[in-house]
Design a protein around this ligand. Structure first.
Ligand code: ADP
Ligand code: MG
Length: 592
């Protein structure tokens, strides 16, 4: 009783509680596949019943052959046995097809769900994870969960069912065999208890290591240029070898651990089965049972040992399953983005299409999770048809400001709103910036962010029904048409991974074209013209300004040429945004 209380207490706190929470989480997925799980369970149980039937048929067969039972029909027993075997193998072929189909479906469902959840996770929290780590979690851990649901849960029932059948058959016919069946159990329990902790640790380490390896590989392949340029090939091949060696060492350690266990288990079950064999012979010799009964007993005693062993072997499975669940929960339980204003923003966008929208930030504070305070008491505003400049030395917070506007991160103080029109009307509508307001924005991020696919596909990502003419028009406005036009396949030319195949400046112009095509009320450019020559830059900005669309535009920049095109220029100073007067702008232009 006291020990039960102790275990209950252990369950409530610490590792066991964690495992319990993880099990519940897995259950939430299993619940959606309730009938599938039932199907697998019934399937497994009927297989057990068939093999029990077989055991009885072969008992009769043996009794007939040994002459113990004279009234039987030998041919009939043979036929029954063959027919049962045939039916079983036909059924098992069909069910293995069905189960392959179901398992693919379930695993797709779960990975889709996790995929969607990862994408919906708060951006800043997500950036704490290496993409290689995310990939491993989404790939291997999700796979472990889906196969776990389809095999682990049914197996609990199937193994228990097998255990009960065998137990029942034995008890019903000759209870003495039970002793042998249970003889191996204490050893199994003892082993699994000491192994539990080591297994949990090993599992966690294995998962971390494979995440690290996948991160390493992914990063290496996407930075081949840098690796070559710095002559790091030897270093990287060595690093891979080192990583692989770590994985091998750990796997071998695990192998050694399970090798000892298996050997011991085999030894125990050999002794048990041989002892029961001997006991059976003795019982037959003493005339207590028939040969047939002995074969039945031996097969059932074997079943009992096997199902006991199978039940204990579920322990490592539950450990690796809950480890995977924990790793996925780490991610999907991070803060989700709030899209509750979605409909409101959609309505807002169409209502103020003609007037445009203003952006107003007041007294904003923001510090990254690592404590870097970037803004405190910062104000900034931008109205339709304005281009607002945001300048400041590198690392002062320009990109951070744009991320705040896009609600990639939440402001920690003050207000951040979009307001209908220029905000001067008394009935102007105010909406607080949230992930839902992103649909009002177009963004040209720093760096190359084109995706692999054709130019047209990249453009249609942001406006699915865009015609070729619209695409070309946007390319022209971004001064990209001049080089796209010359490509043999025009807008159907392929862009490689991360904008490969185009120069920095060309990729920037494609990226600007993409944002113009989206025709959203607010445009954010993050040093988006940094790789353009001055003449092209001026042309692009002019095109943006002369666009009929009532655009509100914020550009971060270093270039004096850009500053002269701005309605207002803010400089980031002392964590605030201060408006520069003309003298200061001129002075700044000269410093550049
Ligand atoms: N993801 C991040 N986590 C923590 N600190 C960050 C992160 N991104 C940027 N910072 C810090 O915030 C400050 C502003 O960065 P940023 O806005 O990128 O500057 P810039 O003006 O050059 O665009 C820098 O000190 C930088 O180190
Ligand atoms: Mg920046």
């Amino acid at each position: 009783m006291a020990s039960l209380k102790f275990y209950l207490k252990r369950v409530k706190e610490g590792r066991l509680q964690e495992m319990w929470r993880q099990t519940l989480w897995i259950y939430s997925y299993a619940k959606n596949n309730f009938w599938t799980v039932i199907f697998y369970t019934v399937l497994g149980m009927s297989q057990s019943l068939v093999s029990l039937g077989m055991a009885y048929v072969s008992k009769n067969l043996v009794d007939e052959i040994t002459g113990y039972k004279f009234d039987g029909d030998l041919i009939k027993s043979f036929v029954i046995m063959i027919v049962i075997s045939m039916i079983t193998s036909v059924i098992s072929q069909i069910t293995s097809y069905i189960s392959a189909k179901i398992s693919m479906k379930v695993s797709c469902e779960i990975s889709n769900d996790i995929f969607e959840k990862i994408l919906n996770t708060d951006w800043e929290s997500l950036t704490n994870y290496h993409t290689g780590d995310l990939l491993t979690r989404w790939g291997s851990d999700t796979g472990a969960i889906s196969s776990g649901i389809l095999s682990f849960i049914p197996n609990i029932f199937i193994y228990s069912f097998n255990f009960i059948i065998a137990f029942w058959v034995l008890i019903k016919n000759d209870w003495t065999f039970i002793i042998f069946a249970f003889a191996g159990m204490p050893v199994s329990i003892l082993l699994s208890k000491t192994l539990l902790k080591r297994m949990v640790n090993n599992n966690k380490r294995a998962a971390e290591m494979s995440a690290r390896l996948s991160g390493f590989n992914q990063e290496t392949f996407s930075n081949i240029q840098t690796i070559k340029a710095f002559d790091l090939i030897k270093l990287y091949t060595d690093k891979l070898k080192k990583n692989q060696q770590d994985v091998i060492d750990m796997k071998l350690e695990f192998q050694r651990m399970s090798m000892g266990t298996s050997l011991l288990m085999t030894f125990v079950s050999l002794i048990v089965s041989n002892a029961s064999y001997g006991w059976g012979i003795y019982r037959v010799w003493s005339g207590s049972i028939s040969y047939g009964t002995m074969t039945l007993f031996l097969s059932q005693a074997g079943n009992l040992t096997t199902s006991t062993r199978n039940l204990t072997s579920l322990i490592p499975s539950i450990i690796s399953l809950t480890t995977s669940a924990g790793r996925l929960m780490d991610i999907v339980e991070m803060p989700r983005e709030d899209y509750s204003d979605n409909d409101k923003v959609t309505e807002f966008a169409s209502k103020y299409k003609e007037e445009g929208v203003s952006l107003v930030l007041k007294d904003v504070k923001y510090a990254y999770a690592n404590g870097t305070l970037v803004f405190e008491g910062a104000d900034i505003e931008a109205r339709p048809h304005e281009i607002i400049g945001l300048v400041g030395p590198s690392g002062e917070g320009k990109t951070t400001m744009l991320r705040l506007l896009l609600s990639l991160m939440k402001t920690q103080d003050g207000s951040a709103e979009v307001i209908s029109g220029d905000g001067s009307k008394s009935d102007a509508e105010h909406i607080t910036l949230t992930p839902a307001t992103r649909k009002l924005f177009s963004y040209v991020p720093q760096g190359n962010t084109m995706l692999s696919g054709t130019i047209a596909e990249n453009m249609r990502n942001v406006k699915q029904d865009a015609t070729d003419e619209e695409i070309i028009e946007a390319l022209k406005a971004a001064c990209a048409w001049e080089f796209v036009e010359k490509l043999p396949e025009g807008i159907n030319s392929m862009i490689k991974e991360r904008g490969g195949g185009f120069s920095e400046g060309q990729a920037q112009r494609l990226s600007i074209a993409r944002s113009l095509l989206r025709k959203s009320p607010i445009l954010l450019l993050d040093e988006a013209t940094s790789a353009l020559d001055v003449a092209t830059e001026r042309k692009v900005l002019k095109n943006i300004m002369k666009d009929e669309y009532p655009r509100t535009c914020i550009v971060t920049t270093h270039r004096p040429t850009v500053l002269s095109a701005c309605e207002r220029v803010y400089a980031i100073r002392d964590k605030k945004c201060v408006v520069l007067d003309q003298d200061e702008i001129d002075e700044m232009s000269q410093v550049f």
